[in-house]
Design a protein around this ligand. Structure first.
Ligand SMILES: Nc1nc2c(c(=O)[nH]1)N[C@H]1C(S)=C(S)[C@@H](COP(=O)(O)OP(=O)(O)OC[C@H]3O[C@@H](n4cnc5c(N)ncnc54)[C@H](O)[C@@H]3O)O[C@H]1N2
Ligand code: MOO
Length: 416
């Protein structure tokens, strides 16, 4: 990481979005420290050790259908076969004997396949006649049978270290009978807003002041990542107060996130302070919104100095900070940012040289998705961020969008 000072080359150069992401991710490595938690508490946490299957899943050969367990060798290839029913197998209540020649066992989904049987015939294909069952010709040996260990063999890696646990992972861990897993400890993130005009909610709003929204959007985004939060409130535009806040934050947290004061205004102290107290890699990115953003370190803490504009905070967070935090949490590999192309339902002119993130709303047009703008696109307009369900990502070389053009979008919501 190189030291830079305001007014230096690093300030003038606009770093591309791709270069900034790579620089951030290449600089960071996972935090040390882990803890053992119960399965439910592992939701959204990152595994610090592989989860090894202690048993086969499924644990035994079992039926995938309600039907009859039969021996394929008994079945005529060109005609119906009548078999004698000798018992019933339920899930949890196996048939305790061996199925002999010419015999069948009534079986339910999930029940262990009885000794001797090798094929399950689906109930709908059969005819029951008293204590006999008639099965059709043309059945394949082994059909409708789930083999022991076909999902996971005992001793294999069920989930690799670095996996972030979602609902499917919790279920998979539980399916192995495992009650606790080892996860990375939560990240400690200190965050504060800066600016003399910024007023905390609950206080009266004096003329020329604005309510602090950035601490609330950051609270939401960080809470979803399971971070331990140190909310340091609002710090005024005073060098001594900022210095003390940054020092306290660097001592207490793995990551410091600030908003405001990183541009070139006369009250924008934070950039100078950061460069003086630590190392700062870059200040300015070829992006809109979110152009002024500092990334670096103060002591052992990783520092993100986000711009003050509320939408710029969210764009910077989701394009840079979130993946950085996931990397610090040990997530490996990082989930790819989902980009896909849809048709634009808007007109726009844009200057080349920066990636632009618009707030978009997806619309279904028959089988096709189109995207409209979600409202006013100023970088202080949170309303359109709240109305949006995706970012529209316009690359550096894009100069205009016409209705019907294909544009890339990043959806806000994943399904699982
Ligand atoms: N001469 C230049 N001026 C500006 C540039 C530039 O390159 N040259 N960049 C513009 C861009 S882009 C942005 S983004 C802003 C970012 O500046 P700062 O990070 O210094 O942010 P502030 O000036 O402190 O605030 C900007 C804006 O956002 C409001 N704000 C700040 N914090 C909060 C908060 N916690 N909650 C709600 N609103 C907040 C603040 O009142 C300002 O309106 O600089 C441009 N200028
Ligand atoms: O990036 Mo400023 O990034 O427009 O709000």
């Amino acid at each position: 990481m190189t030291q830079s000072s305001p007014g230096g080359d690093a300030e003038r150069a606009l770093l591309s979005v791709g270069a900034a992401r790579s620089l951030i991710l290449d600089t960071l490595s996972p935090i040390e420290g882990w803890e053992c938690v119960a399965v439910r508490a592992a939701l959204d946490r990152v595994l610090a050790r592989d989860v090894i299957a202690p048993c086969n899943v499924p644990a035994y050969d079992n039926s995938a259908m309600d039907g009859y367990a039969v021996r394929a060798a008994d079945l005529a290839s060109d005609a119906e076969t009548a078999l004698a029913l000798v018992g019933t197998a339920f899930a949890g209540h196996p048939f305790a004997h061996t199925v002999g020649a010419g015999e069948a066992v009534r079986i339910m989904t999930g029940a262990p396949v009885p000794e001797g049987a090798d094929t399950i015939v689906m109930q709908e294909l059969t005819r029951r006649e008293g204590e006999q069952v008639r099965v059709p010709a043309g059945l394949k040996k082994g059909q409708n049978l789930r083999r022991a260990g076909e999902d996971l063999a005992a001793g294999s890696i069920a989930l690799a270290a670095g996996t972030r646990c979602g609902p499917a992972e919790l279920g998979l861990i539980a399916s192995l009978g495992i009650a606790e897993v080892v996860v990375h400890r939560p990240l400690r993130v200190a965050f504060f807003s800066t600016g003399d005009e910024i007023t905390s909610i609950g206080l009266p709003l004096a003329p020329g002041k604005v309510y602090d929204s950035n601490r609330y959007t950051l609270f939401g985004a960080l809470s979803r990542l399971g971070c331990e939060l140190l909310d340091m409130g609002v710090i005024p535009d005073e060098a001594a107060a900022l210095e003390a806040a940054l020092r306290d934050a660097a001592q207490a947290a793995d990551v410091i996130i600030t908003s405001g004061g990183v541009s070139v205004g006369e009250a924008d102290f934070i950039r100078e302070m950061m460069a003086r107290m630590g190392e700062v890699s870059f200040w300015k990115l070829a992006i809109k919104p979110g152009r002024p953003m500092a990334f670096g370190r103060i002591g052992d803490a990783v520092l993100f100095g986000l711009p003050g504009n509320p939408v710029a905070v969210l764009v910077s967070f989701y394009q840079f900070v979130q993946d950085a935090l996931l990397k610090l949490l040990g997530v490996n590999p990082l989930p790819p940012a989902e980009h896909f192309a849809v048709r634009a339902d808007f007109v726009l002119r844009k200057r080349p040289g920066h990636v632009e993130y618009l707030r978009g709303r997806l619309q279904r047009d028959g089988a096709e998705l189109t995207v409209a703008m979600a409202g006013a696109q100023g970088s202080g307009v949170l309303r359109s961020m709240s109305d949006a369900d995706c970012f529209v990502v316009l690359p550096e070389d894009c100069t205009a969008v016409q209705p019907g053009d294909m544009v890339f979008i990043q959806p806000f919501n994943g399904l699982v």
